[in-house]
Structures are given as structure tokens and as C-alpha cells.
Write a protein of this length. Structure first.
Length: 127
């Protein structure tokens, strides 16, 4: 089982995945709501949009923007069951376990925290 950092290194080799970054608006949202609230949103999105065995609109259920978790899902290849299968060998048409859901949420939050820890964001938030 790869670590989160190893997963980030693998994702960074994908031009598509590496192009995703949080916007200033996303970062302000995280600052305003707090990471615990964002984690709760991530858990809810994963539970309702990824965990079911059958997803009617699989491949189209995650918007590209509008919430920091959506951006993280695309950056981490956790946006649909097809990507979960391709990147993490998670079988399609099988409901995700609670442990799988927790691992996905942990990966998403780690990516969000890494994005928010960038020097650019830290210096801007101190102004």
C-alpha cells in the first residue's frame, strides 16, 4: 500500500492531475470554514458520490470547481469510480468500505493541506 506522499509523487507525473490547484477563493473558503468542516464535506461527497456500488452518472458526478474537495478529487484521481479503478485498482460496481472511504478522505485532505501550505498562500494570508 503506497503512502500518501508516494501517491502524490505518482500523481505529479500525470500532466492532467498535476494541473489542478486550489484557487484563492477555495483557500479562503477553507480558512473561513475550517479544515474540519471541509473534511466533513469530503466524507459526505465520498459517501454519496463514490461509495455506492452503482452510480448512475459515474464519470460526471464531480464538478471541476465550486468546492475545494472537488478540485482535490480530480487532482487525486478520486473523482469517479473509473479513476479509482484505474489509479488505485478499486473495483467498480462494489460498494466502498468505510476504510476505503476514510483513506480517500485522508488523501483528499492531505492534498488540500499541502496546497494551503504553499509559500504563496502563507504569505498572502499573513497580509
Amino acid at each position: 500500500m503506497p503512502t500518501i506522499e508516494e501517491t502524490f509523487q505518482r500523481l505529479a507525473r500525470s500532466a492532467f492531475r498535476a494541473r489542478f490547484h486550489l484557487s484563492d477563493r477555495d483557500k479562503r473558503y477553507i480558512t473561513d470554514k475550517g479544515i474540519d468542516t471541509v473534511r466533513a464535506h469530503a466524507a459526505e461527497f465520498v459517501r454519496t458520490r463514490l461509495a455506492p456500488a452503482v452510480i448512475e452518472n459515474d464519470g460526471k458526478q464531480t464538478p471541476m470547481r465550486g468546492h475545494p474537495v472537488f478540485v482535490a478529487q480530480h487532482a487525486c484521481a478520486c473523482c469517479c469510480r473509473g479513476c479509482l479503478n484505474k489509479w488505485y485498482n478499486v473495483p467498480k460496481d462494489v460498494e466502498l468500505t468505510a476504510v476505503q472511504q476514510e483513506k480517500i478522505v485522508n488523501l483528499l485532505i492531505a492534498w488540500i493541506e499541502k496546497e494551503c501550505a504553499s509559500e504563496e498562500y502563507l504569505s498572502a494570508s499573513q497580509d
